[in-house]
Ligand binder design. Sequence first.
Ligand SMILES: *Cc1c(COP(=O)(O)O)cnc(C)c1O
Length: 432
Amino acid sequence: MDYFSFKNRALHCEEVPCQDLAIQYGTPLYVYSKATLLHHLRQIQEAFAEVDPLICYSVKTNGNLSLCKLMAGKGSGFDVTSGGELHRALLAGGTGAKIVFAGVGKTDPEFRAALDAGVSLFNVESEAELYALGEVAREMGKTATVALRVNPDLPPKTHHKTDTSVKGVKFGLDLETVMDVARGVLSHKHLKIAGLHMHLGSPILSVEPYRLGVAKGLILIAQLREMGHPITVMNMGGGFGIHYRKEEAQPAKAFAQVIVPAVKQAGCRLVLEPGRFIVGNAGILLSRVIYNKESGGKNFLIQDAAMNDLIRPTLYDSFHRIWPVHPAESFPAPPEDYEAEIPGTKVVDVVGPVCESGDFLAKGRRLPPMNRGDLLATFSAGAYGMSMSSNYNSRVRAAEVLVDGDKHYLIRRRETYQDLVQAELDVLAGEK
Ligand SMILES: *Cc1c(COP(=O)(O)O)cnc(C)c1O
């Protein structure tokens, strides 16, 4: 479900023609639908309402302050993975009580900032990190509340670069060591082991990994309690998949059916860290065709969005739906089946201007013929799009626009050439 639709053969975001946005703000342009974003947040809130969860939106997915503020306004907390994301969460109106801190490499300054902000939970991923956190908490005269992140060692479930709960990845404590680590801090005066954390990977299109995960979690929680740790929090992370191709994702309710009974059985407060599910389908990337090119027996559609704007296709082999913003009469909307032959379409690689063979939005894609100046939309680009963008090839980062009904707001201006160089220091100014 989203609020992007073709009306009279023109793509709209809510009530606004995308072409208007491209003309006013330029391309490449990220366009977000407020109604879609809040719809997905609400889906999770309602699906899990029975256990009154703490929902902490994953800031790394898309950290734009306006989007984060919208979510804070609807009761969401924040999951942060760095001091920078903590800064964002606080600027967006997040309060420590609704912030959780994840990541394998938290530094002492990050611990200090997080303890100062009173974050409610540190998801700790190694024994060394646990003691480092305890030491900083002792220096500050505080107690850090901790969820031990465990790697439940489940079968592979997503791209190898985004699977975080198979053996041998850097994330979490192994099942075999988590008890020993917990025993070591039983009498620590500045650490309170209050929970268990799992983030299984992303995007996950089946409830099965969660079923397996909570089963292992229940056993560990019982063991930790027996050992003397008063466990009150079960943090199941994020990872809920979305529609990239068609309607392949599970509704939030399906995940709730697996997770809620386990949380009740454990008598715990549930924490969730959804990111992609909330913002993924709420954003598209608009771009404009620069050239058509034939080379080596292939057709290339060269347009002005590149891997520095959206790196998922080349980083994760990800699929994004792509379609003209103004399709011809015979191609009214993106096909249900992208493998199917559609008469009149052409197989193209959709590529950008960056000097890398890995710079593409799609390979071997059937698209209606497009000409120089035509607009195209890359769908489901709200998650891990702008947040993973870079200045590679000294390209300025895209602008971001939020649409609300028939209104639209620039929520991040396009960068300028001045922005590109402003952090650099001209130490050689006097030299020849
Ligand atoms: C990235 C991440 C999330 C969010 O994952 P989504 O798939 O976007 O929901 C949640 N928790 C942790 C620990 C993460 O690293």
